[in-house]
Design a protein around this ligand. Structure first.
Ligand SMILES: *Cc1c(COP(=O)(O)O)cnc(C)c1O
Length: 406
């Protein structure tokens, strides 16, 4: 291990940051691909990747280059003017999806707020027979849509319906993969159904193809919108460019975040032409569509679209799946689930937090894992991961689980 140049913890006051979560006493100073290095020079194999954000790994050359090149040209001419990277990225996204219009934002929550506003606007323009506004959006138990007031209200996380009350009204909750539970909530106030094609924070729970197709037929039948939140599952994560493509359906509205920026703050709201009902004054934002971030988004998208890239995600997802199944069988766990390179291991007992801690503290190299539920581990590696880096993680994980069970 390298000698630390200085102890950052004696130089800075960690309590200068507002307390929001328990952080380990580590400062990460360098990232490269699947690897992070801390202030002591210790290396970690990183299966968090900024929470499924760094789809091309830490600091890939194409993002460094896009940032440097664009910073030298223009950083922010103002969202009131066109700029070339945002036009190029919007054009490419519409060419490779079923959508016609794109609005760029800075976070997943902000893109989802935009989707909620767009759906409510559309509901206002399409009033009930009695002339009342329609505004309800059906969402799902265990779903996660962000941390703004409206997106917390839309989320199905336990307890979030009373935190920071009063909540934003109008988000009744159905059960994932249970079409009857959705149909039972549809009233003349309903304007949309919104869901993650693969619930991420909820524990990597894919909506079935049958359910997605059923939802598409049901929403069509009732004349309401289908909104997919692909902030975590979109941008190649499942092996398809967009997760809705796994189900052979076309949603009306989609949001993207996380992977679209490969680590920088960028998100997007996409819709079909017939739902593009915003008027001037309805939607905007100081940094929205700025060329510095959209230039990065374009570099990311071009990488995902290179021949063979998405197939490699499917192949590596299958390889990871097989390895996790082996560990599950060896240690009497309950199997694994997921799509592409978004996967979860069902531990069968509440040892998730313990595994995360022991794995991080392994020597000489650590392993960074995530346990979104006490009995579950979630894996969201860079889409550029190598098979050797999958093998290395599986060996380390096996070692940690063996040490806990013995
Ligand atoms: C992470 C996430 C969000 C929120 O994105 P932020 O960029 O953190 O606001 C929304 N929806 C899903 C499905 C997510 O995984």
């Amino acid at each position: 291990m390298n000698k630390p140049e200085h102890n950052v913890f004696s130089h800075y006051n960690t309590e200068a940051l507002l307390y929001i979560t328990n952080r380990p006493p580590l400062v990460f100073t360098k990232g490269e691909g699947m690897w992070l290095t801390d202030h002591n020079g210790k290396r970690y194999l990183d299966y968090l990747q900024g929470w499924a954000v760094n789809c091309l790994g830490h600091s890939p050359a194409c993002i460094q280059q896009a940032l440097v090149d664009q910073a030298a040209k223009v950083i922010n001419p103002s969202p009131a003017f066109f700029n070339e990277p945002s036009l190029a990225l919007a054009t490419a996204l519409t060419e490779h999806s079923c959508f016609d219009r794109v609005f760029f934002a800075n976070s997943g929550a902000e893109a989802n707020e935009g989707a909620i506003k767009l759906a409510r606007k559309w509901g206002k323009l399409n009033k009930t027979a009695a002339g009342e506004n329609r505004y309800e959006i059906i969402t799902f138990d265990h779903s996660f849509h962000g941390r703004t007031l409206a997106t917390m209200s839309a989320s199905g996380k336990e307890g979030w319906d009373s935190m920071f009350a009063p909540q934003v009204a109008g988000f009744p909750k159905a059960h994932l993969n249970d079409l009857a539970s959705v149909e039972a909530l549809i009233t003349d106030k309903t304007i949309a159904v919104m869901l993650e094609p693969v619930q991420g924070e909820g524990g990597v729970i894919p909506a079935t193809k049958e359910f997605m197709q059923g939802l598409r037929a049901l929403t069509k039948k009732h004349g309401i919108l289908l909104i997919v939140d692909e902030v975590q599952a979109g941008m190649g994560r499942t092996g398809k460019l967009f997760a809705y493509q796994l189900s052979d359906i076309e949603p009306d509205i989609m949001t993207l975040g996380k992977g679209i920026g490969g680590g920088v703050p960028l998100s997007a709201l996409l819709c079909k032409e017939e739902y593009a009902c915003f008027e001037p004054g309805d939607q905007g934002g100081t940094y929205n569509g700025n060329p510095l971030m959209t230039a990065v988004g374009l570099a990311v998208l071009n990488t995902l679209l290179a021949p063979g890239f998405l197939q490699s995600v499917i192949d590596k997802g299958n390889y990871l799946k097989a390895g996790l199944e082996k560990i599950s069988a060896k240690h009497g766990m309950q199997g694994e689930r997921g799509e592409g390179l978004l996967r979860a291991l069902k531990l069968g007992s509440p040892i998730g937090a313990k595994i995360v801690e022991i794995a991080r503290d392994l020597e000489p190299v650590g392993l960074l894992l995530n346990s979104p539920r006490p009995d579950l581990l979630r894996f969201m590696p860079a889409l550029t991961i190598s098979l050797a880096e999958i093998d290395q993680m599986l060996t380390m994980l096996d070692e940690v689980v063996t040490s806990i069970k013995s």
